[in-house]
Write a new protein. Structure first.
Lengths: 535, 191
């Protein structure tokens, strides 16, 4: 058997190829980005010409994947957890349409917010949408689950959610691959021509069918094989561990301190009997979940057997943040022997703009241009340029969700704030900023939109941006007056001129767009290196 | 056998290359391993670390428990101190002495070095100068790895093979200079 050293993300990608994937869809987002990147660099994927282009956003990616499934082929779509908010409309309704070819939606959660604005738990989306969910505890399990997820998806004609978290996505381990990769599915239309037509009359029928099949899936062997109960001699405490939390548990009890009854949960929905079985044996139940107290919340609401429940909601485990071996050890009552304290002289080292970053020069100009109008009027967005919030810039007043800079600037202008300014990156603009710009144009909103264009999706490592070479045309097409679309190059030597242009556009009483264009220093350096080595 | 290693530095300093070398060597030695990395926002000049776990038994947690790391390998001195809670009583701290100063309140370097010297088992190496001497200023990270290599429970030859494998697509010259860097670090600690 072939073994490879793979990140969790890469194990998922390799498994999808090996399972006969025909289309991969995604928008970059930490910690999910490497799934698409792995498929883009795979020899077999290129030989088979598996679809592997980035999409404009998670919604377009999810819908395109659903389209490929409609045509009978296996598709996968990957995103970070907050991307699932963007894709939610398609995701939730795809449960009602069901699928034709197998469809897997990967959502990579980021508990402790290493690189995100919240730590939402995607398992809630699974329950909300009645879509089954797998939650691997390690890289090998992630690999194996993809095959079962595709089969489950096709058997019950349902999309399947694969929920992972940062520590699995970005941790490497040896993974054993199956034999020869499965062939791709053939093009085959759905047998029911109205399956995907969610007119109310059809949707009502499909919803009833969905509710019933979701209950059947609970007892399917592909769910059962990932949920295992192992009894132990102890009767005072039983432990339920979900996904990667199981590893932290095993780190603590694999030796002589074991003997607890342990229920490992890695697939949803699971039969209630599993919980009843472990609860019936123990006085207390400890819930270990990476993310929100998803199962714990349900147990506290409904289980009234006298079993005491310990977890995130009673303070046994911290209410927020990711788990680690020490948190689990403390919850088990073990002593944790920590090494020396971090000396006081060690200072925080937050991320910062790279040397030679165009965003930085854009902010330096912006700060000077906005000064006459006073502070509190710059709405920004998600990307490297969010670092403009940190000292010495302290240049932005908002960063909420993809595209919100444009629309929040509009709302603030509606309230009378003038000038009202948005700062958004090129890739974020084509992800979710264009519709906001249309709103601004239609109502002549007095806003200035600065598109800080580095011609890449920078924060996630420099993926292709859909905006590259198209920004001016897009803005003209949406209806921004061409004389108020200004192109500037954010370099120190252009500083005076850039300040003047910004200042003029801030004073302009309807929509203006400033495209501050300079290639990302990271991608530029990499490009130059490849060019030299190819010479 | 169990070898828990923390790699630390600042985003862009090449700790993932160190991780890749140890990873390749571990595969050659048929060891179980888990290696957790930081991608995303911190890579932009923030503090980054990688937890590297080697064992001849399956590894459960992707993260090293507090107080259990056998080794901290750091390409930046202040960053080496950030992970002391993970270092075991008998563990080694191996660090580059050259600071990477991208914050305004960076403490005086001599104070940092004297904190490091308080750790019983410490190696402080001027990896930048050594790397320049062998003609590759960018191989400082591999020099540090070489200095830490006596505390990695694998034959030195496996690390050399791994360096060869990792850099082979960049040409023989790059391979040779990195092998030299590895050896120079090794010799420093050996003295």
């Amino acid at each position: 058997m072939k073994r490879l050293l793979l990140l969790g993300d890469e194990a998922i990608a390799q498994a999808a190829i090996d399972a006969g994937l025909s289309g991969m869809y995604a928008y970059p987002g930490t910690p999910s980005t490497e799934i698409m990147e792995y498929i883009q660099s795979s020899g077999l994927a290129s030989e088979r010409n598996i679809h592997r282009e980035w999409s404009s956003n998670e919604k377009t990616a999810t819908e395109a994947a659903l389209g490929m499934s409609y045509a009978g082929k296996r598709a996968m779509v990957a995103m970070k957890h907050v991307g699932l908010n963007v894709a939610a409309d398609g995701f939730i309704n795809s449960a009602l349409t069901g699928v034709n070819g197998g469809l897997i939606v990967v959502s990579a959660d980021d508990p402790s917010m290493h690189s995100s604005q919240n730590e939402q738990d995607s398992r809630f989306y699974s329950k909300f949408a009645f879509i089954p969910c797998f939650e691997p505890s390690n890289q090998q399990e992630a690999y194996n689950m993809i095959f079962d997820a595709f089969e489950l998806s096709e058997k019950y004609k349902t999309p399947v959610l694969l929920r992972i978290t940062t520590r699995l996505a970005h941790s490497r381990a040896s993974v054993e691959l199956t034999g020869a990769p499965a062939p791709e599915k053939k093009l085959k239309l759905p047998s029911d021509p109205v399956q995907f037509v969610l007119l109310p009359a059809i949707a009502r029928k499909r919803y009833k069918a969905l509710l019933s099949s979701y209950e059947t899936i609970r007892y399917d062997a592909r769910i059962a094989k990932y949920n295992s109960f192992k009894d132990g001699k102890k009767r005072d405490l039983g432990i339920i561990a979900c996904g990667i939390a199981y590893n932290y548990l095993m780190e603590n009890i694999s030796g002589s301190s074991g003997d607890y009854p342990v229920l490992k949960i890695a697939a949803y929905p699971f039969p209630n009997d599993l919980i009843k079985e472990i609860a019936g044996r123990c006085k207390e139940l400890l819930l270990l979940e990476e993310g929100y107290p998803f199962i714990e919340d349900g147990l506290r609401g409904f289980l009234d057997t006298g079993t005491k429940i310990l977890g995130r909601l009673d303070g046994t485990i911290p209410r927020d943040g990711e788990l680690n071996p020490a948190i689990v050890a403390k919850a088990l009552g073990f002593t944790v022997s920590t090494g020396k304290k971090v000396p006081d002289l060690v200072k925080m080292r937050p991320p910062s703009f790279c040397k030679g970053c165009g965003h930085a020069d854009m902010f330096i100009a912006l700060l000077e241009a906005v000064k006459p109008f006073g502070p509190g009027r710059v709405f920004s967005d998600i990307g490297c340029y969010t670092l403009g919030a940190l000292p010495p810039y302290n240049a932005i007043n908002a960063c909420v969700d993809m595209g919100a800079s444009v629309t929040m600037a509009i709302g603030a202008a509606d309230a009378g704030l003038f000038p009202s300014i948005a700062v958004i990156g090129d890739s974020t603009f084509t992800h979710s900023g264009m519709t906001g710009l249309l709103d601004a144009v239609v109502k002549n909103s007095p806003v200035t939109i600065i598109i800080s264009d580095n011609s890449t999706t920078g924060m996630t490592g420099g993926q292709k941006s859909q905006a590259t070479g198209r920004l001016e045309q897009i803005c003209t097409g949406i209806g921004v007056s061409p004389e108020h679309i200004k192109i500037i190059v954010p370099l120190r030597k252009n500083h005076e001129e850039n300040v003047r242009i910004m200042n003029e556009e801030f004073r302009y009483k309807t929509v203006s767009v400033i495209i501050a264009s300079r290639e990302c220093i990271q991608t530029a350096t990499r490009r130059k290196k490849t060019e030299t080595s190819n010479e | 056998m169990k070898n828990d290693i923390i790699l630390s530095g600042v985003g862009g300093q090449g700790i993932l290359s160190i991780a890749a070398v140890i990873g390749l060597a571990a595969v050659e030695n048929n060891l179980y391993l888990k290696q957790s990395e930081v991608h995303g926002m911190s890579q932009r000049g923030g503090d980054v670390q990688s937890h590297f776990r080697l064992s001849d038994n399956p590894v459960s947690s992707d993260l090293i428990p507090y107080g259990q790391a056998d080794l901290i390998i750091s390409v930046e001195p202040m960053e080496s101190l950030r992970y002391l809670p993970w270092l075991s009583k008998h563990g080694w701290l191996v660090t580059n002495s050259n600071p990477f100063i991208n914050i305004s309140d960076y403490p005086p370097v001599d104070e940092i070095l004297s904190e490091i010297r308080k750790i019983k088992n410490n190696i402080i190496i001027d990896a930048d100068t050594i790397a320049k001497e062998i003609g590759s200023a960018r191989s400082g990270n591999i020099v540090v790895l070489g200095a830490a290599s006596p505390f990695i429970e694998m034959p030195f030859a496996s690390l050399e093979n791994a360096v060869r494998k990792l850099f082979e697509r960049k040409g023989e010259e790059i391979v040779e200079v990195n092998l030299k860097a590895l050896k120079a670090g090794r010799n420093f600690t050996g003295k």
